[in-house]
Design a protein around this ligand. Structure first.
Ligand code: SAJ
Length: 411
C-alpha cells in the first residue's frame, strides 16, 4: 500500500522517512520545488540528527519519492504549519489547502490523517472540507462507520533535536472522527512506532495534545515569573529554584529569556481561541512568557548605561539549546532590539550559524564573533541560550564584567 505525506517539513519528512524505512512506499508532497528536488537527490533540507541518513537510504531504496502534486494513495498524512495570526487566532489555511488537494485524488477506502497541532473542532471541519469537495463520497462526520473515507487526528509530539528517536519511541494519541477511523489510523502508525497508540475521539486527541504544550508553557511561565520577582528582590533565582526543588514534590523548570519555537508559544492560543473565558491561567502564562524578553532588554540596558560606549556580548541566538533554529527566538529578538535601540556595540557568539540574520546585520551594531572574543572584549555578558558550547566557560573570564545569565547555566 502507498502512503502520501503532505508537507515535508520538520514533522512530515521524518515521518515519511520512518515509514519508508519500514518498507512502506511513500510519496512525499510539498509546495516548495527546492525541497522536493533536494529530497529526490537523497538530501534533507534542514538539520536534524540522523534525518539525512534516513532520507538518503529511503530514496536510494526507491521507497521515498517527492513531488509537488498530490497523487492518489491508500493513506494521506497531512503535516503542514498551523500558526496563529497577529490577532492570536488560529490560521488553518494550510490545512484547508492540503485538504483540497487531497480531496481531489481521494478513492473509497482511503484514510486521511492530520498530524498538525490544531484547535479542538478542526477534525470535524477537515471532514466537512473534504466532503464539500467530494459529494460523490461519504465521510465520517455524517456517516460514521459506514463512510467511504476514514479521517483521524494523530498529533505530532516529537522534540526538535530528538525527532528521529522520538518519532519511533513516543506513545501516540489517535483521535478518530468515528471509532473505526481510530482503529484504521492505529494500524498505520503501528507500522513504524514502538510506543503505544492510544485511540480516542478526535476532539479529545486535539485537546490532549494542546494540554501537553500548555502544561509546559504554564510551568515555564511560573519559572519566568519567579525570576522577575527574584530580580526585584535582588536575590539569585537559580539558588531559589534549586533549594525549592529539594522538596520531594516540587519540580520548578528553568527560567529563560522567553519562550520560542513554533509550538509552545503558539498552541496555548488554540485553547484560548475555543474557550477564552475559561482559559484564564493558560492565557496569562502566554502573556508572562511573552513579556520576559522586554524584562531582559530593560535590565541589560539599565546596566549598559553605566558604561561609556558599552560592548555587550550576546551569547546565543537560537530559540533553545543546541539547535540552529532562529525562528521565533527570544534570544534573537532581544539581541535585535538591543542593536536597534543602540544600547551598545554587540558581539554575538552563536556557534550554530555562519552569518548574522539581516535583522541584526542591517543595524550595523552587531558582529558575529567566536565565544572567546565575545567574552574577552565585552563589558557586559548576556547569556541567552544554554548551548553546551557555553557551559565550560572559565569563571575567571567573567570576572569584573556584568553578567546576565538568563538561563542559569553558570549558576
Ligand atoms: N524553555 C524554558 N525553560 C524550560 C524549558 C524550555 O525557557 O525549562 C524554553 C526553550 O528555551 C524554548 C521553549 O521553552 O524557547 C520551548 O522549548 P521546549 O524544548 O520546551 O519545546 P519545543 O517547542 O522544542 O517542543 C515542544 C515539545 N512539547 C513538550 O515537551 C510538551 C515537543 O514534544 C512537541 O512535539 C513540540 O513542542 C510540538 O511540536 O508541539
Amino acid at each position: 500500500s502507498t502512503v502520501s505525506v503532505v508537507g515535508l517539513g520538520y514533522i512530515g519528512l521524518p515521518t515519511a522517512a520512518a515509514l519508508a524505512t519500514k518498507g512502506v512506499d511513500v510519496i512525499g508532497v510539498d509546495v516548495d520545488r527546492a525541497t522536493v528536488d533536494l529530497i529526490n537527490a537523497g538530501q534533507a533540507p534542514f538539520v536534524e540528527p540522523d534525518l539525512a541518513v534516513a532520507v538518503s537510504g529511503a530514496v536510494a531504496m526507491g521507497r521515498l519519492r517527492a513531488t509537488t502534486e498530490v497523487e492518489p494513495a491508500d493513506a494521506f498524512i497531512i503535516a503542514v504549519p498551523t500558526p496563529v495570526g497577529e490577532d492570536r487566532e488560529p490560521d488553518l489555511s494550510c490545512v484547508r489547502d492540503a485538504a483540497a488537494s487531497v480531496a481531489d485524488v481521494l478513492r473509497p477506502g482511503a484514510l486521511v490523517v492530520l498530524e498538525s497541532t490544531s484547535p479542538p473542532g478542526t477534525m470535524l471541519r477537515l471532514s466537512q472540507w473534504l466532503a464539500e469537495r467530494r459529494p460523490d463520497l461519504t465521510f465520517p462526520h455524517t456517516q460514521g462507520a459506514a463512510a467511504d473515507v476514514h479521517v483521524a487526528h494523530c498529533p505530532e509530539r516529537v522534540l526538535p533535536g530528538r525527532i528521529m528517536i522520538e518519532i519511533v519511541t513516543n506513545d501516540r494519541l489517535i483521535g478518530g472522527v468515528s471509532e473505526c477511523c481510530g482503529a484504521r489510523a492505529k494500524g498505520l502508525y503501528e507500522l513504524f512506532t514502538q510506543g503505544q497508540c492510544h485511540v480516542t475521539d478526535a476532539t479529545t486527541a486535539e485537546m490532549a495534545k494542546l494540554s501537553e504544550n500548555a502544561f509546559r508553557d504554564v510551568n515555564i511561565a511560573f519559572a519566568n515569573e519567579l525570576s522577575m520577582i527574584c530580580d526585584t528582590l535582588g536575590i539569585d533565582t537559580g539558588e531559589v529554584i534549586a533549594l525549592a526543588n529539594r522538596h520531594p514534590r516540587v519540580n520548578i523548570l528553568q527560567p529563560g529569556p522567553g519562550v520560542g519555537g513554533h509550538c509552545i508559544a503558539v498552541d496555548p492560543w488554540f485553547i484560548v481561541s475555543v474557550a477564552g473565558e475559561q482559559a484564564r491561567l493558560i492565557k496569562t502564562a502566554r502573556q508572562v512568557n511573552d513579556a520576559k524578553p522586554a524584562h531582559v532588554i530593560a535590565e541589560v540596558s539599565r546596566t549598559a548605561a553605566r558604561f561609556k560606549d558599552p560592548v555587550i556580548a550576546c551569547l546565543g541566538l537560537a530559540f533553545k539549546a543546541n539547535v540552529d533554529d532562529l525562528r521565533e527566538s527570544p534570544a534573537l529578538h532581544i539581541t535585535a532590539e538591543l542593536a536597534r535601540q543602540g544600547v551598545g556595540r554587540l558581539l554575538v557568539a552563536e556557534p550554530h550559524i555562519t552569518e548574522l540574520p539581516s535583522v541584526l546585520a542591517d543595524t550595523g551594531q552587531a558582529k558575529l564573533v567566536d565565544l572567546e572574543t565575545a567574552l574577552c572584549e565585552s563589558d557586559l555578558i548576556a547569556l541567552l541560550v544554554d548551548h553546551d558550547a557555553f557551559r565550560g566557560v572559565k569563571r575567571t573570564t567573567l570576572r569584573g564584567k556584568a553578567v546576565f545569565d538568563t538561563r542559569g547555566l553558570w549558576h
